[in-house]
Design a protein around this ligand. Structure first.
Ligand code: AVJ
Length: 320
């Protein structure tokens, strides 16, 4: 039983990319939203990042889930697992197995902006879990959270510290939108990376093998392909900077030279000074009190909080 809802067409995505590029490339400092990293190559590079020794979040979150999914399943009592940024990977399977073990689950709702990726993920889960209803949803987290399939008792999972890609105002509207679609029976499962020694944070975003640097520069190739831009990725250096005031990591691309880059589809010429930096991602790091206050402000109450033994990462449950 496989079913896909489309709230987003390829055309919507193309329009959003153009709008983001016009705005980001003409603002000072320049900035691009991180969601454009994840084309096919970017997704492969991100998978490779999750296996890097320096990139601790994936392993830490997996360790928490390996230990806590029975408790999560018991507390949530969910008949539906909704996974945002989904999901045929190991974490998804840990959750599905636990919910099936508790004999409450009947439906899986993977949600992603990429229809191709989602189709594959949904098919893989459908094949591995016969009898499970798979209802995939192509949607944008920033706009469509109130359109998620309703009914039953849902566990909505936002793992991998995806929330940290947004600044506080964006997190507030995302959590508020999500909350507006929640009933008293629904539960939120959130994975968040925690504030720690800046050296370890920087290393996680500037690995020795340069995989993250390639991932970062890949956004330029996305602009080249989708917008007919003329970026030379080799003309930009990768930077990872800890912003202690905002408690987030910033990834940036720094122009090695003064250059002018044509972006044909936008009929735009973009000037970079030598050494000019463009922000490509923020990855916020959290503290318990801070995320609890954000949840409360959006109408959620913190229900459970688990970390890995080193205290690097947290998985939490929250309810209306
Ligand atoms: C998938 C957004 C959680 O911010 O750590 C990894 C993406 N960027 N290395 C993160 C990412 C650079 C990742 N998230």
């Amino acid at each position: 039983m496989l079913h896909i809802d489309h709230h987003l067409t390829a055309d919507d995505l193309a329009k959003t990319l153009r709008a983001d590029a016009v705005e980001g490339l003409s603002s000072r400092p320049k900035a691009l939203p991180p969601k454009w990293f994840y084309d096919e190559r970017g997704s492969v590079l991100f998978e490779e990042i999750t296996r890097l020794q320096e990139y601790y979040p994936t392993g830490a979150e997996r360790a928490i889930l390996q230990r806590r999914t029975p408790e999560i399943a018991r507390i949530a009592g969910a008949d539906t697992l909704v996974e945002l940024g989904a999901g045929s990977g190991e974490k998804t399977r840990l959750l599905l197995d636990a919910l099936l073990g508790a004999e409450t689950l009947r439906r899986f709702v993977p949600v992603d902006v990429s229809g191709d990726f989602l189709g594959e993920a949904a098919a893989a889960i459908g094949a591995a879990y016969p009898g499970l209803e798979v209802h995939a949803v192509v949607a944008d987290f920033e706009r469509h959270m109130h359109l998620l399939p309703a009914g039953g008792r849902r566990l909505v999972a936002v793992l991998g510290s995806t929330l940290g890609n947004q600044a506080p105002a964006g997190r507030r509207s995302f959590l508020t939108d999500l909350r507006s679609g929640f009933t008293a029976d629904d539960t939120l499962l959130l994975g968040v990376d925690l504030v720690k020694d800046p050296q370890r944070l920087v290393a996680a975003y500037d690995d020795a093998r340069g995989v993250t640097a390639e991932f970062n520069r890949n956004v330029l190739q996305v602009l080249n392909r989708e917008l007919g831009a003329g970026f030379d990725p080799a003309a930009f250096d990768h930077l990872a900077v800890w912003d202690a005031g905002n408690e987030w990591i910033e990834m940036r691309l720094r122009s090695r030279i003064a250059q002018r880059v044509r972006v044909a589809a936008l009929e735009m010429d973009v000037e970079f000074a030598a050494g000019e930096q463009m922000r490509t991602e923020i990855s916020a790091k959290f503290r318990r009190e801070g995320i609890e206050a954000e949840l409360n402000a959006a109408g959620f109450a913190l229900d459970a909080w688990w970390t890995d033994p080193a205290g690097d990462f947290a998985v939490l449950l929250a309810r209306p």
